[in-house]
Design a protein around this ligand. Structure first.
Ligand code: SF4
Length: 436
């Protein structure tokens, strides 16, 4: 029986770190060889929740939400985007593992020790995301605050929220200790923990120790900032019934999704050279750019940094990839893995289209399955849709096969509107910027 693991994350349009934390966990699992295919799926980046299962060929798939709490995303968004097929099982969320509580406790204890503070002079603020869309989102943060209270770690412990009540600034009224240790109960050093939470606390940019409202505020890193999540992920996968026994791994390019791989390899062997988006692929190398002096990259993490981090490109299929590089490969299979790393999920759609099995979903259908802010797009007109395709999709290497205008042939296929398109459409309809 072949197996797969998918880590589900939020992703971001602002910060590369939100998805990078998830991809780091993917790389760690691939290095252990715990499944035949290991990948990530995202709300805001590629591959999307709704498409990622189509990239896998495994008989047995375990999904793990890399979220700090059961709530809006795990109970409404993810089930709406990816109804579970018979071959899939869902693990508990990352935040449900007891070790996460220990990490939060350690963040507070480290701050006490590093700054020479005593518990009697400190209030700890556990800062969660929360959402008014689902009251259960806040339960995990409250439970972490209760745990710290039980440990007597500080004179006061408060739970406050970025997007729920009580809001973050209320910590200055609900507590009175001279020092506040603020612990963001977030996975990554992304836009929420780098911009939004410190901003709500009143911290200047990049400052983690400051006087605010007559109080000293010490701001700690989020829970996944220094890695160390692999053991927790493995434990949650095993709890869900996945076999996580490590197996020998041939190279860092093992363990990528395999849907469409046979078609890709056949095309590469037949032609000897493929153009795939911004890439030129041969059985010996994958390159982005011309010349003999391209820097050589050797790992998936380096490739992701080149194509999505430096500078940040939340949609990796936008034209004009900014960096020039090459990867020397030992086999066509490794070449496939490099392309899958650059364009996650795209080979599966490309091969499916050539086999006549690509599942295309138009904008009204995508909007109809939404639980939140994109739902009003069921009323987005075909004319507005075509105009926005002219703005957004024209800058992408993919062609929107889903467009109701039917004008998008040729090139690599886009089977349904991406989150960048949906965000732009929503902004056009309501004037609201989807900040995140
Ligand atoms: S919706 Fe448009 S911009 Fe987004 S991936 Fe598809 S073609 Fe590209």
């Amino acid at each position: 029986m072949s197996t797969a693991v998918v880590l589900l994350g939020h992703g971001s349009h602002i910060s590369p770190n939100t998805a990078a934390t998830v991809w780091e966990a993917v790389d760690a699992l691939r290095a252990l060889g715990i499944a035949d295919e290991i990948t990530a799926g995202f709300w805001k980046e590629l591959p999307g929740f709704s498409r990622v299962l189509d990239t896998l060929t495994a008989d047995d798939i375990t999904l793990l939400p890399m979220f700090t709490a059961q709530g809006y995303f795990t109970r409404q968004v993810i089930p709406g985007e990816m109804p579970l097929a018979p071959r899939t099982r869902m693990a508990r969320t990352l935040g449900e593992h007891p070790r996460i509580g220990e990490i939060i406790e350690q963040r507070a204890r480290n701050a006490l020790a590093q700054h020479g503070l005593t518990p009697s002079e400190v209030a700890v603020a556990v800062i969660g995301h929360g959402t008014k869309n689902n009251p259960t989102s806040r339960a995990a943060t409250e439970s972490q605050a209760d745990r710290l209270r039980g440990l007597g770690i500080a004179a006061e412990v408060a739970a406050v929220y970025l997007d729920d009540d009580p809001e973050i600034p209320t910590v200055y009224e609900s507590t009175s200790a001279p020092v506040i240790i603020a612990v963001p109960y977030f996975l990554a050093a992304g836009s929420h923990t780098v911009i939004d939470v410190p901003g709500a606390l009143g911290l200047p940019d990049g400052v983690t120790d400051s006087q605010i409202n007559g109080r000293r505020v010490v701001y700690t890193p989020p829970i996944g900032a220094d890695g160390g999540l692999t053991d927790i992920v493995l434990a949650l996968l095993a709890d869900a019934g996945a076999d996580v026994t490590p197996k020998p791994v041939g190279s860092v390019w093992d363990g990528v999704p395999s849907a469409g791989r046979d078609h890709f390899l056949a095309a590469l062997r037949a032609s000897g050279r493929l153009s795939f988006g911004a890439l030129t692929v041969t059985p010996r190398e994958v390159r982005c750019g011309d010349g003999d002096d391209l820097p050589t990259l050797t790992t998936p993490a380096q490739v992701r940094a080149a194509v999505r981090t430096e500078p940040f490109r939340p949609l990796v299929t936008v034209r004009d990839m900014p960096n020039r590089w090459r990867v020397a490969v030992k086999s066509p299979e490794q070449a496939h893995a490099v392309v899958e790393t650059v364009y996650p999920g795209l080979i599966a759609d490309w091969a499916a289209e050539q086999h006549g099995t690509l599942h295309v979903v138009n904008l009204p259908t995508v909007a109809a399955r939404q639980k939140g802010m994109f739902r009003p797009l069921v009323n987005f007109s075909a004319a507005d849709e075509a105009a926005l395709c002219g703005e957004i999709c024209a800058g992408c290497i993919l062609s929107p096969r889903w467009a109701r205008s039917g004008a998008a042939g040729g090139g690599l296929p886009c089977a349904e509107p991406c989150n960048v398109y949906l965000s732009a459409a929503k902004e056009g309809m309501t004037g609201d910027d989807d900040n995140g």
